[in-house]
Ligand binder design. Sequence first.
Ligand code: NAD
Length: 481
Amino acid sequence: MQLWFDPAEVFIGGRWFLPASGETLPLENPSTGEEIGRIARGNAVDIDNAVSAAEEVLAGEWGALTAAERGRILMRLSWLITQKVDALAEIEATDVGKPLAQAKNDAIALARYMEFYGGAADKLMGETIPFQNGFTVYTLREPHGVTGHIVPWNYPMQIIGRSVGAALAMGNACVLKPAEEACLSALAFADLARQAGLPDGALNVVPGLGEEAGAALTAHKGVKHLSFTGSVGVGKLVQAAAAQNIVPVTLELGGKSPQVVFEDADLEKALPFLVNAGIQNAGQTCSASSRILVHESLYDELCTHMAAAYDGLKVGPALDDLNVGPLISARQKEIVESFLAMTDENHILSRGRIVEDAPAGGHYVAPTLISGVGPDHSLSQDEIFGPVQVIIPFRDEDHAVEIANGTEYGLVASVWSKDGGRCMRMAKKLRAGQVFINNYGAAGGVELPFGGVGHSGHGREKGFEALYGFSVLKTVAAHHG
Ligand code: NAD
């Protein structure tokens, strides 16, 4: 892995600095468990400096640009990312542990986000509002100011793309706190943004611990909007911090997303989606489909097919590009194994295989397919965040809806059926931010608004919708008689 920046530094005001603490944190390769470098331990001082740099550029060069000029910078950034896709993929694969091809998809998605939001920057319009005689009333979309972005380790590039891309397009200046487990691609992105001509201070990156740098960012009075992607527990802290400063917050949290397979589903088409949505990124995906609900008449057949697919899954180092890589950390592996310990062997339908030469220190867990546990079991209710799927039978449409909607989460759901009317009914009844019909995830679609209900969070990122969230509506009423 070739880095063209020092990962032990923070990026503030367009320049690289040692963190104010003078301290670093270990950088681990999840595929081997080895320390491969050090990252900066940013703290409240760095966050304060980053917010000041953002405020300064908003009052100066960045704030003075037109929407079209902002868009052009994002387009240039998109092009630079495209030139670096392979390098970025290797960085992400090494840092996160995801198979190389999946990491490459993330780098391509990052470029696409910059392209999409670059193109959108000058397309969001206000309205004129019919009002009393003698008035002309119109609305303006303005940036919040400094926006704070807290990102998890599982899809750093995709999540940075969707939140920072939309925020910059609207003219905000960003302070980004990547996860301590995987921050390299955030730093690489910042350097490419500098090369693309983004004015110094419009994007600042402060790696560090959540309870230090993260908490300082959420509490900072200069931050006017918070975008948080991560766990429910930390999401509650972020929302509470936002409440102290009365700033809007977008929460993109966890999920327990179901795929509902009816008796008339095209099984051959569905099968790869059913399996991949559970094991992609070793199941460490907010929108992972960890519950497969299947009509009871198809239950045995689906179990047989999915078990056969699991039999063929290979798990190994990220750069070997197998089906599944390691989990992010020893701690995450422990969590997943504690869930697996809740079931006995006769509920395990099938498991993938960890390759023999996988390094002993890597955090590998064989993908595990489970049947015979009820919809209320912890394995069917709680986000495991590992390569574990549960198959649950249902009797009819109402029963399927009851089970599908029967968790605290509501992020993504899908329906597999050839009956168009049923698909449309289900799409209305399923409690989720996104519903897919006869597919799952639509290949990530940067254009598609994304977000949750319930414990999956609130607010929407991705697509044009994100631009509304990253802007403030102002109404202007002019009286001219
Ligand atoms: P996490 O909540 O532990 O950490 C996420 C980020 O929050 C990290 O950058 C961390 O440093 C920071 N953080 C931790 N404590 C903080 C604090 N007190 N104040 C401010 N920031 C703090 O989550 P994780 O383990 O990194 O990620 C996994 C979770 O993220 C899962 O629940 C997953 O479903 C969720 N997730 C959701 C989406 C989505 O779009 N809905 C996408 C990816 C991941």
